[in-house]
Design a protein. Sequence first.
Lengths: 112, 114
Amino acid sequence: QQQVKQSPQSLIVQKGGIPIINCAYENTAFDYFPWYQQFPGKGPALLIAIRPDVSEKKEGRFTISFNKSAKQFSLHIMDSQPGDSATYFCRERNTGGFKTIFGAGTRLFVKA
Amino acid sequence: NAGVTQTPKFQVLKTGQSMTLQCAQDMNHEYMSWYRQDPGMGLRLIHYSVGAGITDQGEVPNGYNVSRSTTEDFPLRLLSAAPSQTSVYFCASSMLQGRAGELFFGEGSRLTVL
């Protein structure tokens, strides 16, 4: 049973726009919330991650916002570029556990 | 630094054939795992290992076997391939302490079962 709901499934924005991708989770024992970026034909790579004791984290043009009460975290891409076109996955991991759950992925296309 | 290396990159099998997907990492990571990626379903955990000699099942283990005889290698075996196992397979590794949780992925193995 899927415990992580990622939305939207796909997203098209103009260059310079701010795409927002959301992940909703059920298990409050999750302790680590990363986002991965995957280009076609490649494996996913860690983009940015947050722990539940902070509400926001920025790295360059990428920001994670975390809403513990709503059990949701989001990825924002500021000033999006065509090179950001990729599939993005959220992921959760149980505290002290080794099993991990990925969201279904969001395919982002940034128009030039 | 090679990171996580998967072989082969592409493979076509007939139903009932067996094969092994190889995974090797050179980062001395304790944790290694296998995922399959299917359209619209994200990455699903097949098996994982937290050290040599220790393996456990993930979300979708049926039809797959693993072993971990060394820290570096974590092969995935398909004993009798089925068309439902057509997928892209990814191997990933991470530390257990410190920056634990940051998974490093290989470039994937695309398997087609006819």
